[in-house]
Structure formats: structure tokens, C-alpha cells
Design a protein around this ligand. Structure first.
Ligand SMILES: NC(=O)c1ccc[n+]([C@@H]2O[C@H](COP(=O)([O-])OP(=O)(O)OC[C@H]3O[C@@H](n4cnc5c(N)ncnc54)[C@H](O)[C@@H]3O)[C@@H](O)[C@H]2O)c1
Length: 336
């Protein structure tokens, strides 16, 4: 054990799975979260899954004073920075909040880490920084052309972290660009719990299958893909969490900022996901076709080979597992 790992946003969808994965790997996690988009209910579930009480600091990641106290009070040796705002549509309406939390929060955190002499950082970025890709699969070297406020805040935070690492050789930073995280923990105890109507496909399928939403709207049936629906790289959230453990371990000895795609490396169409979900839940998913949404793209999936080479990491779980785990979470965990 080499000190404690601070997980900002550790009560959220991805952060909670990261907390479980790093605890299983032998690290002692501490959560810092302001619970703006998550619930306190997750904390006892995390304690049950990790087999011990989980330390939680309820604070805003932009609050440098709270961060200083946290680093002063705990022997923190690394940080996984998941706290952030992630809704593309909301970002267009609230650019100030998105820039403040996603970029300002990253700057505040890095400043206090620098003061505390903690140089190991794993950052949650997103494939949304690529925008419409010119070439598939999408490699890390692809041009960054984000189409949204949200994507531009992730690109800016990435650039800030690369500047930091260029200026000071002590930093060891992993910038992880997630493709489409989906599914839930196999236990059914933690998963994606969007407030309001879900924006992502798998949580929508859960709600439709549970009868909470009448039908699934599929945006576009005329994309240039095999069945006309959009194609994305769906990555099981536990595989994603394992990628953070690998980054924490391997990149401790790699100076500078390293940018890595985390994806499975192939795409599934919306209709393929719907069929897989129908197999998982044993029910028919009512669906309707709606016009394409502005800003959507036909198809993208990752080239994950750099992560494989540098981290020894590869996504292992398939689409059927994603759907089965998400459905288990819907029935046993979500909202209960
Ligand atoms: N879920 C995805 O599809 C996806 C894809 C790519 C990247 N990401 C990134 O991964 C990270 C985690 O996403 P998620 O899906 O778990 O979202 P989430 O909303 O479930 O979790 C985010 C967590 O951060 C906390 N938080 C937000 N603002 C905060 C602040 N100012 N101070 C402290 N805590 C704060 C929230 O309360 C929540 O617990 C985000 O940075 C997001 O941009 C997510």
C-alpha cells in the first residue's frame, strides 16, 4: 500500500466503480464529492462492496481550502479526478458552470496537489474531444474538434494538464478518454443513476424495460451505417474502472502526461444494443424512430491499442454482459 488515493467525484457513476476497483487492488480510497449529481445512498453500498467504511469528504473540488485540509489530514499519494459536469445539452445552457467546474476544478486540484507534493493524477476525459472523426478507429493522435461546450471544457482541462507536465517533470498524469461507459457493477449494488430523464442509451433502455418510459426514441434511421442507426463503442464500466487501476500502477513510473483512449475497439449500432437488451431483460423494447439530432455523428469507436501496450489493459466484458448488468442494477439497485 503506498498511501491513499483521493477519488474526486467518487460518489458518481464512474467514480463509484473506480472506488471499488482500487479498493480491490489494495489501495485505500478517499472520496471527495459535493453530491451535486449523485446521492449519499451510494456510500453504504460502497462500504459493503469494499468491506470497510469509506472515507468521504463532502466538498467542492473548486474549494482550495477544503482540498488543502484534505491533503493535510490524509497521506494521499495519488488522485483520480472524476468530479465534473457531463451533460452535453446542459453544457450549452450553462457554459459558465461547465467551464468553472470542469476547468476551474481541475486547476484548483492541480494547484493544491503541487503544494502538497502529490504528482500522480488520473484524469477523466472523454472521446467527445474528437468531435466528428475523419478516420476510424479513432486514435489519440486524431484532431481534437469538440462540438459542444462540454467537449471544449474537457479539451481545455487536458491542455492545461499537458502544459503542467511540460513545465514540471515531476508530474505523472494519465489523461483517459472514455468512449461510451455503460452497464453496472455485477453485484447490482451500484450503477448509473441519472437524475431526471436519462440521456444515454442503456439507462433509457432500463427505464423503458421497467415501464417507466413508454418507448425508446432512436435518433436517425438513415445514418450511413449497416442498419441506419448510430454506432458507438460501449465499454463496461467495470472494465473502465480497471483501466484506472492500471493507469495508477503503470504510469507512476512514466513522467509527463500520457493520453489514452479507453474503449473496446469496435462499435455497436443502436439496434444491436436494443436487441442485446431485449435478450437480457426478456421483454420487447418499444421503439420509435425520430429525426437525427444536430451534432450527432454516424459512427465512432476507439483504437485502444496504446492503452493495451502501455497499461496492459483491455476491455473484457461484451455487450450482453453490459446489458445483463445494467438490467440487474435496474431491478435490484436503482432507486431502491
Ligand atoms: N458517463 C459517461 O458517459 C462519461 C463519458 C466520458 C467522460 N466522462 C467523465 O467522467 C467523469 C465522471 O462521470 P460520471 O458519468 O460518473 O458522472 P456523474 O455525474 O455520475 O459523477 C460525477 C460526480 O462528480 C461530482 N461533482 C460534480 N461537480 C463537483 C464539484 N464541483 N465538486 C465535487 N464533486 C463534484 C458529482 O456529485 C458526482 O458524484 C466526469 O468528469 C465526466 O465528464 C463520463
Amino acid at each position: 500500500m503506498d498511501g491513499r488515493i483521493l477519488v474526486t467525484g467518487g460518489a458518481g457513476y464512474i467514480g463509484s466503480h473506480v472506488v471499488v476497483a482500487i479498493a480491490e487492488a489494495g489501495y485505500a480510497p478517499i472520496i471527495l464529492d459535493n453530491f451535486s449529481t449523485s446521492s449519499h445512498d451510494v456510500i453504504p453500498r460502497l462500504a459493503a462492496l469494499t468491506g470497510g467504511a469509506v472515507d468521504v469528504i463532502e466538498a467542492d473540488v473548486r474549494d482550495a481550502g477544503a482540498l488543502r485540509r484534505t491533503f493535510h489530514d490524509h497521506p494521499i499519494s495519488g488522485v483520480i479526478h472524476c468530479a465534473g459536469l457531463k451533460l452535453v445539452g446542459e453544457g450549452e445552457e450553462r457554459p459558465l458552470a461547465y467551464w468553472d467546474v470542469n476547468v476551474g476544478g481541475t486547476i484548483a486540484l492541480a494547484e493544491v496537489m503541487g503544494e502538497a507534493g502529490v504528482a500522480r493524477l488520473v484524469f477523466s476525459s472523454s472521446a467527445t474531444v474528437y468531435g466528428q472523426p475523419d478516420v476510424l478507429p479513432v486514435a489519440e493522435s486524431a484532431p481534437l474538434k469538440p462540438q459542444s461546450v462540454y467537449g471544449r471544457t474537457k479539451r481545455a482541462a487536458e491542455e492545461f494538464l499537458r502544459d503542467l507536465a511540460r513545465a514540471n517533470a515531476n508530474w505523472r498524469i494519465a489523461i483517459l478518454r472514455y468512449f461510451n461507459p455503460a452497464g453496472a457493477h455485477v453485484s447490482g449494488r451500484i450503477g448509473e443513476a441519472p437524475t431526471g430523464r436519462p440521456g444515454n442509451l442503456v439507462p433509457l433502455l432500463c427505464r423503458v424495460a421497467a415501464g417507466e418510459i413508454g418507448e425508446l426514441a432512436i435518433y436517425g434511421s438513415d445514418w450511413p451505417t449497416e442498419d441506419g442507426t448510430g454506432v458507438r463503442d460501449y465499454l463496461h464500466v467495470q472494465d473502465l474502472a480497471d483501466g484506472h487501476v492500471a493507469a495508477l500502477r503503470r504510469l507512476a513510473s512514466v513522467p509527463g502526461a500520457t493520453t489514452l483512449n479507453l474503449g473496446i475497439g469496435r462499435g455497436w449500432s443502436v439496434l444491436e444494443v436494443v436487441r442485446a437488451f431485449e435478450r437480457a431483460c426478456g421483454r420487447r423494447i418499444a421503439r420509435t424512430f425520430a429525426p437525427r439530432r444536430p451534432g450527432d455523428v454516424a459512427c465512432y469507436y476507439a483504437d485502444p491499442s496504446r492503452a493495451e501496450a502501455m497499461l496492459g489493459w483491455r476491455a473484457m466484458r461484451d455487450l450482453d454482459t453490459i446489458c445483463a448488468d445494467a438490467w440487474r442494477w435496474q431491478r435490484t439497485g436503482a432507486g431502491s
